[in-house]
Design a protein around this ligand. Structure first.
Ligand SMILES: [Fe+2]
Ligand SMILES: [Fe+2]
Length: 161
């Protein structure tokens, strides 16, 4: 079992490990005869990943884009892939209907993305993003706070020239 809501001492830590853990739990569940938990587990994973990338885009990326525009564009491109692939998975509903190569590509990219962000976006954010924004990121990423559309727009405007 992966940790579901293990509190971290640092607002930027533990998010990627949790997401990859949720996906691994899903894959293990998909191999069982009784897959009755698969659908709610899928919903949990999908909700968590979407909340995570939304939180990165509203709370961290606008500032990161100012300092590292190419890296920020790479992060956003990966997020587009995750959103698109999640919506395609959603149509198949049951994981046993998914193509193995597509699922393997998804988890490979999720891992690569997490490693890249850990060494890039998160290392930078730990130094440059104010603590209150880091805490807000954690709350939005963990689904404790939903980002109001107004605040998201304001955050995006930070990145404008
Ligand atoms: Fe990301
Ligand atoms: Fe991330």
């Amino acid at each position: 079992m992966s940790p579901k809501r293990r509190p971290s001492s640092h607002p930027l830590r533990g998010h990627h490990t949790r997401l990859v853990g949720l996906f691994q739990d899903l894959m293990a569940e998909a191999k069982k005869d009784d897959r009755s938990k698969l659908r709610p587990m899928w919903a949990t994973f999908e909700t968590a990943l979407l909340a995570h990338i939304n939180a990165e885009e509203t709370e961290l990326l606008p500032l990161y884009r100012q300092a590292h525009p190419e890296e920020a564009a790479g992060v956003a491109k990966d997020h587009d892939y995750f959103r698109k692939t999640l919506s395609e998975f959603g149509v198949d509903v049951d994981l046993h209907l998914m193509r193995v190569d597509v699922v393997e590509e998804f988890i490979r990219r999720l891992r690569d993305h997490a490693i890249s962000e850990d060494g890039g976006l998160y290392a930078w954010a730990a130094q440059k993003v104010p603590k209150d924004v880091q805490e807000r990121f954690r709350k939005v990423a963990e689904g404790i706070t939903l980002p109001p559309a107004k605040r998201a727009l304001e955050a995006l405007e930070i990145g404008l020239p």
